[in-house]
Every structure is written in C-alpha cells, then in structure tokens.
Design a binder for this molecule. Structure first.
Ligand code: PLP
Length: 412
C-alpha cells in the first residue's frame, strides 16, 4: 500500500499558506485510491469479485474513482442505496445490514439490487410479502453467524459469538425449509462477515477456508446448488504499527490455492471491503494552536478534533501522525515547542475523550506546525459527530486521479 506523501504534504502546505486561520482539513488522494483499488482487484484470482462497502467512505469523488474499477458497491441502508442509484444507475449493488425496514426492502427490489443479504427469518418473511405484492423475484444470500472453534478474534467481532448480525447457523435449517415454499426468493448462496480489523493474512485465509468448508457441507447436507459465497470485508489497517500492514500479496497468492481446493467449483467468491480500500487515501490535518505541559504530560492542541476524526477514539488507538513544520510565526512572543518528548495530540472539544494520539514520540513540534494523520479515509469523517460544539467543518478537497489513468486501464 503506497502513500503519496510528497504530493499530499505539498497540497496541505499550499492550503495552509493560503489560509488566514489555523488549518483544519481533510484531503483525499484519489490517485492513491485508484492505485490501491487496482492493486487489489488485479491480484484477485479468477472467480473472485470485489465490491466496495461504501459505509467506509461514500463521498461522490471516492465512488466515482472506484466505480470503473470494482465489480459493484455494497450498501447498508436505504440512504446509501438512494445515493448510489442517484449517481450510478448501472453499477451492481448488494444490500446488507441488520434491521432493514420494509421500505428499504421494497426500494432494494425496485432498484434491482443484484443481491439482498438477509439477516433473519423475519426479514425473509417480510421480503416474501413484498415480492408477493409486487409480483417480483429477488436473489438473496443468507448471512450466517458462524461459531468456529479456532476463530482468532480481532478487536471488532461481528460474529462467531452472540451478536445482532446474521442468522445463527442453528437456524439455517428452519430458514431453508421455509424458503422451499417461496420460489420468488432465489437462494444464491451465503454471506459471512464475522470480523473487521483483520491484520493477519494467514488467519484470514484460514477464516475463508472455514467458510467454504462449511458451505460445502451445507450444500451436501441440504442438497443445495449455490452460485456464490460472499466472504464479507474486514481486512484491517494497522494503525498502531503502520509499517506492518496486512500482507495482501501473501493473502491473494494463498487464495488461489484455497479456492482450487474448496470443492465448490464454479462458485463465485465475493469480497465487500471497506476500510482496506479507502483508509489510506485520506489525511486529516490540524494546525497546532497551543502546547501545554501539565502534571508531567504534554498536550498538543490542534484545530479540529474527534468531532471530525473519531477513528482513534472509536478504535481505542493512538493514531500515527506526521509533523509538517510551518516556519511562519505571526506573534511577537516566542512560540512554544517540544523536542524529543512524548505527547498527546488533542482537539478543541471540552472533553478528555477528544484524544487523537497519546504517548507518541515527536522529534519536534511547535505551535503553528501542522499535524497530519494518515489512514483517515475510512470510517473517519463519516463516523464523526460533526456538529458537536458547532465548530466549523474542516476544509475538504481531493487530489485528482492522474489524467488518462482510467482510460489507459480500460485499453490495457
Ligand atoms: C456486512 C459488512 N460487510 C462489509 C463491511 C466492511 O468492513 P471493512 O470496512 O472492515 O472491510 C462491514 C463493516 O461493518 C459489514 O458490516
């Protein structure tokens, strides 16, 4: 995963120089995003498809960059579905998520989603009533919450234990028996998303092996003929040790062999990745307003905070950052600085929870310098409580895709 830091830092510096207030900004590197998506798509073995889970970042320029590269978009609400359909009439869409409203199921059917991922018998029954009323059919995957003996847990588990997500494996038989009487619901296969934040390529291969083994067993046991297994998202970003990212090369090369041995010939394997696709394209920049030493700790206070960038607090990590020196200092008094010490980076909110980095070593940081957080392109702005304290929203801009890059790929 390549970060284009030189281009990004130059752009942030230019914005800071043009600003008459301390800078607070999100910058998204669309060329970096394009390259990352191409790298992932091109390494997938035949029979695999990549959908992008737009919940990670649904900004239009992000979706426009990805649409020509991925097989489609995964949405998890009627709002996301409407947003995608407003801008991409033709892109294949799949619809997941718990607690779908009847109106959302109806919209999914009307908008021709490629596949609905059903989360419960109740949802199947409500879908059947809609299909009955409209005379339509719908392809579905059953999302199964699978308990696996050797499941290596990550910091964010959506299954493998009691959670609100998916159908517990023990209830599958009842769902299948019920489906027999409803041919308007076409069972295309199974959907799993047991975890996010996976950092270990071999552990992820093992998880996928377990999914496919279980699916093969169900196919034999219930005499099913299925076309697809959706293995969810969940590839993580190593925020704590950014030099040690998920080994995608190891993963994608192991995947080929795994699929060959799955005993499910012709079954397509779909991924719906969010964080791994967009996290690395986003940067959150804060200009330092104040530096305080207090009771043995140092706090660097930047413009902005967790109301813009909630990722570190949400995941409980100290987010990595870069310091970009800004040499201008507009005051007559000397500016505060710290060198070769450990600091916490905080924002402007009146809560000790407004903590973006802690115990982080810095060479030097001074008031008016810029602190830039990488890996802020997924579950960052979009999961933050923007209007808390009514601070203004950050500036936001996009570094464009290199001219002709999409066209060159299409021709290749
Ligand atoms: C059903 C489902 N699929 C895909 C994703 C995307 O996960 P990630 O961003 O970890 O790849 C999520 C995230 O919550 C999800 O719930």
């Amino acid at each position: 995963m390549e970060l284009r830091l030189a281009e990004v830092f130059a752009s942030i510096r230019a914005a800071q120089a043009a600003s008459d207030e301390p800078l607070c900004a999100y910058l998204y590197d669309l060329e970096g995003l394009r390259r990352n998506a191409v790298r992932v798509v091109d390494s997938l073995p035949a029979g695999c498809e990549l959908f992008y889970a737009i919940k990670a970042n649904s900004d239009l320029p992000v979706l426009q960059t990805l649409a020509p590269l991925v097989h489609g978009f995964e949405v998890s609400s009627g709002g996301e579905l409407a947003w995608v359909r407003e801008h991409f009439a033709e892109v294949p869409v799949i619809f997941s998520g718990p607690g779908k409203l009847d109106s959302e199921l109806e919209a999914a059917v009307a908008q021709h989603v490629d596949c609905l991922h059903v989360e419960s018998l109740n949802e199947l029954q409500r879908l059947a009533a809609i299909l009955d009323r409209t005379g339509k059919t719908q392809a579905v995957l059953l999302r199964i919450n699978l308990a696996l003996d050797s499941l290596a847990e990550t910091t964010l588990m959506m299954g493998g234990k009691p959670t609100p997500f998916g159908i517990p494996a023990q209830q599958l038989q009842e769902c299948l028996a019920w489906l027999h009487n409803y041919p308007e619901i076409q069972l295309r296969g199974f959907h799993f998303h047991l975890l996010s934040h996976q950092l270990d390529a071999q552990a992820h291969l093992q998880l996928l092996r377990a999914y496919l083994k279980q699916v093969r067993q169900w196919c034999e046991q219930y005499r099913l003929s299925i076309a697809q297994v959706n293995v969810g998202g969940g590839i993580g970003i190593n925020y704590r040790q950014p030099d040690r990212q998920f080994d995608w090369v190891d993963f994608s090369s192991g995947l080929s062999a795994l699929l060959d041995k799955s005993g499910l010939p012709g079954v397509r394997v779909r991924f719906e990745l969010g964080r791994y696709i967009t996290a690395a394209c986003g940067y959150y920049a804060m200009q330092v307003i104040d530096i305080k030493r207090t009771y043995g700790k140092i706090f660097v206070i930047g413009r902005g905070g967790s109301h813009h960038f909630r990722t570190p607090y949400a995941q409980g990590h100290s987010h990595p950052f870069h310091v970009l020196p800004v040499d201008t200092w507009p005051y007559a008094f000397p500016r505060s600085a710290v060198s070769n010490e450990r600091v916490s980076v905080v924002g402007q909110l009146c809560t000790p929870k407004d903590l973006l980095a802690f115990d982080a070593p810095v060479e030097t940081v001074r008031c008016n310098d810029l602190v830039v957080f990488p890996y802020a392109g997924a579950y960052a702005w979009h999961i933050s409580h923007h209007d808390f304290l009514r601070h203004p929203h950050p500036l936001q801009w996009y570094l464009p895709v290199e001219e002709g890059a999409h066209a060159a790929r299409e021709q290749a």
